[in-house]
Ligand binder design. Sequence first.
Ligand SMILES: Cc1cc2nc3c(=O)[nH]c(=O)nc-3n(C[C@H](O)[C@H](O)[C@H](O)COP(=O)(O)O)c2cc1C
Length: 153
Amino acid sequence: MYSNLRINKNHDETGSAALHLLIEHNRGIKMIPEKLTEVLKHDGVVAIATLGQDGPHMVNTWNSYIRITDAERLLIPVGYMHRTEANISFNNQVLITLGSRKVPGNIGPGAGFLIKGIASIETSGSDFEVTKAKFSWARAVMAVTANSIEQTL
Ligand SMILES: Cc1cc2nc3c(=O)[nH]c(=O)nc-3n(C[C@H](O)[C@H](O)[C@H](O)COP(=O)(O)O)c2cc1C
């Protein structure tokens, strides 16, 4: 069951939306919107922002590189991302934006999302293995558990 559009759309209080998503997660209710999985099927650039001791930092991946696990973790292949990894060990909160012009959105052609989540960089375990099988160049996987998913377009 998808409870997507309860996510953030009518919440101006981010903390309360995040709490809501955590509760949904714990109840085993799916929180990744269908629209987001649709966007991931189309070409597009993903931006991933982290915060380190030197300030904010941003890297990219491709929509088509992201895998969503049964546990609804977003898996991103890590080829380089050394500064990103250092930042995540300093502060594990990440912001992700992604979109596609090919998917109808809130106001016409083009849909996109802002995802706020908690990231970990993993070099073992099943989420790493599945990533490595697909992207042989991956030295690690970034696994992101979303606590807020907002359709911004
Ligand atoms: C469109 C695009 C896609 C990218 N995809 C990846 C990717 O999937 N994995 C990766 O490690 N770096 C990818 N990069 C490079 C990263 O954005 C980043 O520059 C590099 O990993 C270094 O990260 P760092 O500054 O955290 O060390 C991509 C860059 C662009 C512009």
